[in-house]
Every structure is written in C-alpha cells, then in structure tokens.
Design a protein around this ligand. Structure first.
Ligand code: NOJ
Length: 755
C-alpha cells in the first residue's frame, strides 16, 4: 500500500486525537499493519462512497447452498454483480456464503482490481458448529460445563475458518425467560450466571488466543440488547423493562463476552421502552462505548436499520440510516441503506463525516485485528477446507457434548438404563430418519450426516423395532396400529416425541408449549398396553408436559444434539454413561405460567406452603413452581446432600467464608453431580429474588463415594443494582443453599454480612 505525504500528515493529526481511545489501544496491540497511522492514512484516501462501502455487509450471492435458505441471497444480485460491487468498494464483506472457493474468488478480485485493496471480511451464522454439529446452544448449556462450550466453539472455528469464514454471528447471549419465544434454543436459557459463563467461554472458543490465526473466528455476541424479553414471547415484539432489570438480567452476558475479548456485537431487532436498539444512542454509544469502553464495532441485524421505518421511528430509508449511524451502529447488514444514503447524509450536513470515519476506523481495525491486511487469504484455502471438515476428533467431541447435554427428568423404578438385551419398541416421529437431528439453525450442517436414534441404539448393540406412529403434527394412516403392534412384543417402549426443529428458532413463537396433540394421542394409545415407557424428548425450548407423557416412568430431554444425536442418546439409554445434564430452563406445569424464571420475586403475598388459600399470588390451576425446575436433572446414582457447613457464622465486609456440604452417591453407577450454590438476600433496598445461582460445581462421584463441595463466598457475590442503577452490597442476613436444583432444599443455612 502506497502512503502519500498528505495522507501521512492527515493521519498523524487524526491519530493523536484517538491515541488515548480503547480502539487505539487495541490497534497498538496487534502489530504494525494495524497501527493508527496506517489506518488513518487509508481513511484519508477513501471517498465517501468507499467509506459507506466499508460499512455495508450483504448476504452472499453465491447461492445454491443451504446457506441461501437462511437469507435471500445477495439482495437479488448475481454473484458476478456482487463481485463487481466488491471491487468498486461498495461492500465490506458478505455473509452466509459457502466455502473457501467463493471467498477466494471474491477476495482475489478485490485485492487485484479494487482501488484501495481493502480485504473483504466473510461472516456466517456458525451457531453450534459448522459441518460437524454440536448440540443446540440451549442443550449444551445443560452440561453446566462452560469449558465444554469453549471446546466446541474452538472446534467450530477450526472448521469454519478453514472454509474461509472470519466472523461468526455468535454466541447468542440473550437471556430467555419466556419459553414461547422460539429463539430460546439459541442461547443458554433463563439464568444470568450460566448465561454469562457460557457467553465468555464461547467467545474464547471462537476467537482462540490469537485472532490472526487461520483457525480463529471473530465472535459477535448478540442481540444487543434484551431481545429475549419480547412481550408474550413473540419474536421481534416490544420490550418494556426497567433499566435495573436490563442491567441486572439482560446485560451481564454481553459484558462477560466483551471482557472475554469479543470485538463486535449485533443490534437487536426489538425496541426497549420506545427506542429500537438499532437507533438507541444510549445503548450503543453512552453505555457500550462510554461506560463499558468497548473498543469494537456494532453491526445491525438483518435489515434492522430499515425496520426503523416499520417501528414508526424513521421516516424513510435515509432517515433510518441517519438515526442508525448517529446512534453508533457502525455496519448495516443486508439493507444496503448505508451505501445508498450515507454519502448524501454527509454532504447535506445531516451526519458529520467524523462519525462515519469513526465507524470506518472500527471496521478497518477489526480487519487488521483479524490479520487480513497482512494476508487477506489466511483463512481461504479450498484444500484445507476439506481436511478440516468433520474430523474424527470433532465427531468424538460432538458425541461427548451430546451426551453431556441430555437431562434425565425422571427415572421411576430405575427403568433406565436399559439392559442391552431388552427388546425395545422405538416409537414416534423422531425415532428414525435423517431429520430433526441437528436443529434448525445449522446453516452448513446436514441431517443426512447425523446419526438418528434408531441407528444409534442399534450401533450400541440394542434390539430395536421401529414404528413412526404419527407425524410431528399430523396423523399417519395406520400409524397407531403399527405402533401398538411393535410395542406388543417389546419389553419396553421408548417414545421419541417432541417438536420438529422448525418449531423453534427465529420467528417460531408458540402460544402453547406442549408436545403436539397427535403425539399425545399416540402416547396414550401405547400407554394402555401397560409396558414400561421411556419418553425421549426432542425440543428447542422447555415444554409443558401433559398426561401420559408427563407421567412416563422415565423422561429424557435431548434437544437437538447434532451430528452424534443417536449415539449420544444411546450412550445414556444403555448406561455406558450416566446422565449429567441439568435444565437451563424450567419446565413449567402449564404454558400460562410464562414468562417463568426460578429467580422470581416473592411479592407481598407469596403463596404459603400447603393447600391453596385466597388472596395470595398463585394460580387457580397449577402451583407457582415449575414441574421440573432450573438446575434439575437426575443421574443413575443415588445422591444425598449432607448438612451445610460454614467456616464462620459471619461474613466480614472484606473477608470470605467457605460454604460446604457433603455429597454422597450411594448408588451403583459412577456419576457426575452438579452441586449448585444459591443465595437469597432477606431484606434489601431493592427487593431480591427468592433464590439466585452464584456458583456451581460438577463433581464426579464413584459408587459409594462421598465428596465435600466447597464454595468461597465473598461480598461481591451478594451484589445487586441499587436505586441509583449502580452495583451495591448491603449488610444483612442471607439464606444459603447447596442444592441439586433451584427448587430443592439440599443443604441450607444462613449467614450475616457485617459492614
Ligand atoms: C437474523 C438473526 O436475528 C441474526 O441472529 C442472524 O445473525 C442474522 N439474521 C443473519 O443471518
């Protein structure tokens, strides 16, 4: 790249202005091709159109791939037109295209023919794997093992970066407390701590230690912010929450992601209390850049800027682009509005050029951080793409992650694990066939390359007779009769039931989170035979279980486990491994309890124990609690918690106390138990939840083994947002539990924090 004297001078002047900013610190940390003068010199040479181009991200026009199903390709452009636009400097990169060959062709054209030779950046929705699919993020959260999520994210980056992808639109870190919302599946569920730990782990996994590495991918925690708080769980719907709830519940996973090194974020579609995120200056600038010192860049969601018009917040496309850039949204996804309007907005004085420059500076710095100026082809190598795809190591990891994501809700009479010799009737729409295995948000995956349940059970050595019984939402002629016939000669019935993978995900909100009626009818018919019944659920959200499904002897929650679905489930069904997953979302008695989260407030009229009394906060039909709460999950062992032990009755202001309890496995299987540490602040200047998870520990226990689990408690774990919206800790009494779920008593006690 040629640097002229003028551009150097301009660059040095501008550079001194931002030398003290977090972005400059970031640039300095990554070597000479990203230093301030280099980037400023480039900006000084750019036309307004080229600047707008660097802020414009479009769906790939490559087409012909599964990726194209997720986004209408290329805004109607042909691939050749898109390449020509890239050469003309009209786009910064493309997303959800397919493979290294596509990237090579685009990058080669830009590097050899464009005026400034600014490399393109390739993005994609790599949510829970690329070609090898790991469990749905919600499922993987059930492992309560953030380190596992870090490993699967690393493996996903290895494959995806091998296919030319620089940037993933993940992790999705939206706290989700309403199971009607379809995108619950993409995050970690209802809990703040679990959400924050998994968010940070996934960022570390995607990005690795060195963002210039050819197996590193830039992370993009999304959707900033509070997308999961949509009214009625209706996707894209209005969010109206207090600043305290925003800060205390919805923002921590974002902060954790940024602290872990995430350098981008995506604006959410929703409004918050009247202001759509894509135009929310308080959120994108005052909080993110001001208070949090975030050095990175913000991308809109898909046409998020254009949607300001439908929100009734912008007059037209030009007004939408103005509001969005002024709020601090650096890059426009899919709408092309920045390309169309930013140059004119600057020329007319409606947007200061310095604001556009600041966004361009962020984008170019990110490209430099990714090592693209040093080597634009570092992630683009078609030969390497094939070598990295679905390696034996990644497939083994998918099986491990699958197994660890399964949650056993009930196991009456020890019906599980099944002896390998048992004759199994495997019945239901998810029993067999290449569908509903990898989940609905796998842009590059293929169900045909995943193991279904029947195959997994047979591979394990089981004897299985399969009957579909019914479709997911429709009957199959003769289905019930065939199912009954299969069940008649069997020792045990395994019912594979639940939601199709298209029933959760974006825009897939449900008003009733039940297993579809037709499947319930199938289960009722089979239950009449009186055989032991094991329900294996496939689901992208918590479900309200009913009737014979709810009452089955054993219930496993298996989400969508990815490439190794069937083998992972068979590992648990036949007992080569004990279940160890825990619910990251509470399973309610009834949909009407939504939104539901275990860490709710007590109210002034809490429901008393015992029979129902009037004028209390309770439903007529069902208890206030969950049927299966957050944190619940059984093992093949028999677990007992001993008494709570504290090494001091008082927690000194600047001190710490060790809180411990013994956990015993008196069963005959080796297990992993997730011991959860909860607190409750009895009296505070702002009302506090009935319980809150502050730590957890996964403990391996051999048969007849007892271990002591210990947690260090200090005052930082008792913090909350006070009346001034700032973190505060107040002296007083706190209840403590080390317990196997948010509703279990486990080992309990109390402590006093002194000033
Ligand atoms: C819309 C979704 O909300 C977002 O999560 C995704 O990354 C983009 N589409 C791009 O596919």
């Amino acid at each position: 790249m040629q640097l002229t004297r003028r551009s150097m001078l301009v660059a040095m002047g501008l550079a001194s202005a931002w030398a003290a900013t977090p972005l400059a610190a970031l640039a300095r940390s990554i070597g000479k091709r990203a230093d301030a003068p280099f980037i400023e010199a480039l900006i000084a040479k750019m036309t307004l159109e080229e600047k707008a181009g660097q802020l414009t991200l479009l769906p790939s026009a490559w087409g012909g791939s599964k990726a194209a199903q997720f986004n209408p390709p290329g805004n109607g452009q042909s691939f050749d037109q898109q390449v020509a636009d890239a050469v003309a400097g009209k786009l910064t990169g493309v997303f959800n295209g397919n493979g290294a060959e596509m990237a090579r062709r685009m990058q080669h054209a830009v590097m050899t023919q464009s005026r400034l030779g600014i490399p393109l950046m390739f993005a994609a929705d790599v949510i829970h794997g690329h070609r090898t699919l790991f469990p749905l993020p919600l499922g993987e959260a059930a492992s309560f093992e953030p380190e596992l999520a870090e490993r699967t994210a690393r493996a996903a980056a290895f494959e995806a970066a091998g296919a030319g992808i620089d940037w993933t639109f993940a992790p999705m870190v939206d706290i989700a407390r309403d199971q009607r919302w379809g995108r619950v599946m993409e995050g970690t569920g209802e809990d703040i701590l679990l959400g924050s730990l998994f968010a940070a782990a996934r960022v570390r996994g995607f990005q690795g230690d060195d963002l210039t590495a050819d197996d590193a991918m830039l992370a993009c925690p999304k959707h900033f912010a509070a997308y999961g708080a949509a009214e009625a769980g209706l996707d894209y719907n209005t969010v109206d929450i207090s600043e305290r709830t925003l800060r205390e519940v919805y923002l921590p996973p974002f902060k954790a992601s940024f602290d872990a090194g995430a350098l981008t974020t995506m604006a959410s579609f929703n409004e918050i209390s009247g202001v759509p995120s894509t135009a929310n200056k308080w959120l994108m600038t005052d909080l993110l850049r001001g208070e949090w010192k975030f050095p990175g860049m913000v991308v809109s969601d898909y046409t998020g800027d254009e949607e300001l018009i439908m929100h009734g917040f912008a007059e037209d496309g030009k007004d939408a682009a103005r509001l969005s850039i002024l709020a601090g949204v650096d890059m426009s996804m899919a709408s092309n509005l920045y390309m169309m309007h930013l140059p004119a907005l600057v020329r007319e004085g409606l947007v200061p050029e310095s604001q556009v420059d600041e966004s361009v500076r962020r984008v170019l710095t990110i490209k430099a951080v990714l090592g693209l100026f040093d080597d634009p082809f570092r992630r683009i190598d078609p030969a390497r793409e094939a070598k990295r795809s679905m390696t034996a190591q990644n497939i083994a990891l998918a099986r491990e992650a699958g197994r660890k994501s399964i949650v056993m809700l009930r196991n009456e009479g020890g019906v599980l694990p099944l002896p390998l010799s048992s004759k199994v009737a495997l019945i239901g729409p998810f029993a067999e066939g290449p569908h509903d295995l990898i989940g609905g948000w796998a842009v590059y995956g293929d169900d045909a390359q995943a193991v279904d349940l029947a195959t997994g059970m047979r591979k394990a050595g089981g004897t299985v007779t399969v009957a579909e019984g019914c479709g997911v939402e429709t009957p199959v002629p003769g289905g019930i009769e065939a199912a009954l016939e299969a069940a008649t000669g069997a020792d045990v019935v395994v019912l594979s039931l639940g939601e199709a993978q298209t029933m959760s995900g974006e825009a897939q909100s449900r008003t009733d989170i039940i297993v579809p009626r037709v499947q319930q009818e199938l289960a009722e018919a089979v239950a009449k035979l009186g055989k032991p019944m094991v329900v294996v659920l496939r689901n992208g959200r918590a479900l309200a279980l009913e009737g014979v499904i709810r009452d089955a002897q054993a219930i496993l929650v298996t989400w969508y486990l990815g490439t190794e679905s069937g083998t992972a489930i068979a590992d648990i069904l036949y007992g080569s491994h004990s279940p160890s997953g825990r619910l990251p979302v509470s399973f309610p008695y009834d949909t009407g309890q939504q939104p539901f989260h275990y860490d709710r407030k007590r109210t002034g009229r809490p429901q008393p124990p015992g029979p129902r009394v009037d004028y209390k906060a309770q439903f007529r039909e069902v208890p206030n609690e969950a049927l299966f709460p957050f944190g619940h999950g059984l093992t093949y062992g028999e677990v007992r918690y001993g008494d709570l032990h504290l090494d001091g009755q008082v927690l000194p202001w600047d001190g710490a106390v060790t809180v411990s309890a013994t956990v015993t496995n008196s069963g005959s299987h080796a297990i992993e138990e997730v011991a959860q540490f909860y607190i409750h602040d009895r009296v505070a200047s702002v009302t506090r939840p009935v319980r809150q998870l502050v730590a957890f520990d996964k403990v391996a226990l051999a048969p007849d083994q007892t271990k002591t689990v210990s947690f260090r408690l200090d005052r930082s774990m008792l913090e909350f947002y006070g009346l001034d919206e700032k973190p505060v800790v107040e002296p007083g009494e706190f209840d403590l539990w080390i317990a196997p779920s948010a509703q279990a008593e486990g080992a309990s006690g109390k402590i006093r924090l002194t000033a």
